[in-house]
Design a protein around this ligand. Structure first.
Ligand code: B16
Ligand code: MG
Length: 211
């Protein structure tokens, strides 16, 4: 392996609690049932795809695309207010030490996140300096399970996909990595997914499992 591409939410940081709170206030306003279980389905998928999942339980009149855009924008403003409270303490020492170790071994590191807020999050928690490239929701047209975000990350690193391992917590992300011809390492929910090549019980397992 020459490069490691990290998903953000659920791998390097945990922003799903903020996604949940922001979507919950939107759902409450629209009178839609929404809970933590439904929130799990939003992991790794784009903002509009997330809204469409929430709207599966909407019983009001059909919404025009412009109205959906407005709702998604409102959710994002609420979400970004939560992101402003993030600090360096939102990244564990385990993550920082593992990233440092992988860099010392000569591996190139990149981000591969569906989020359009990825750069803001990296800056809030001070992770930018660890990464050689950032591919996120601002440079793609298709979200995971399309491999686009990871193929761009490999391209930004100047590496071929076969030389990269993707670290993911979501099944959609593992599917994306495999579709892109990369090795897929799964953590959290993705650790038990049948398509996962490398099972990570914890983040620091990367030090032994990637050579
Ligand atoms: P935004 P990841 C994903 O991040 C989140 O898991 C997912 O819940 C969210 O809808 C998506 O980013 C888009 O985020 O609204 O900030 O553009 O796991 O790909 O790092
Ligand atoms: Mg994720």
């Amino acid at each position: 392996m020459k490069g490691v591409i990290f998903d953000l939410d659920g791998v390097l940081v945990f922003t799903d609690k903020y996604h949940y709170k922001a979507w919950k206030s939107i759902a409450d306003e629209l009178g839609i049932y929404f809970d933590e279980e439904i929130n799990k389905r939003l992991r790794g998928v784009s903002r509009m795809d997330s809204l469409n999942i929430i709207l599966e339980r909407y019983e009001g009149r059909p919404l025009a695309q412009a109205e959906k855009d407005e709702i998604a924008e409102k959710k994002n403003s609420i979400y970004r207010e939560y992101l402003k409270t993030m600090t360096a303490d939102d990244v564990t020492m385990e993550v920082r030490e593992t990233l440092t170790d992988l860099k010392k071994k000569g591996l190139k590191l990149a981000l591969g996140s569906s989020s359009k807020n990825a750069k803001m999050i990296l800056s809030q928690v001070g992770l930018e300096a660890y990464l050689d490239a950032v591919s996120d929701g601002t440079n793609i047209t298709k979200s995971k399970p399309s491999p686009e975000v990871f193929l761009k990350a490999a391209e930004f690193l100047g590496l071929s996909p076969e030389d990269c391992v993707v670290v993911e917590d979501a099944e959609a992300g593992i599917d994306a990595a495999k579709a892109g011809g990369m090795t897929a390492a799964g953590i959290g929910d993705a650790a038990g997914y049948q398509k996962t090549d490398i099972v990570l019980k914890r983040f620091s397992d990367l030090k032994e499992k990637i050579a």
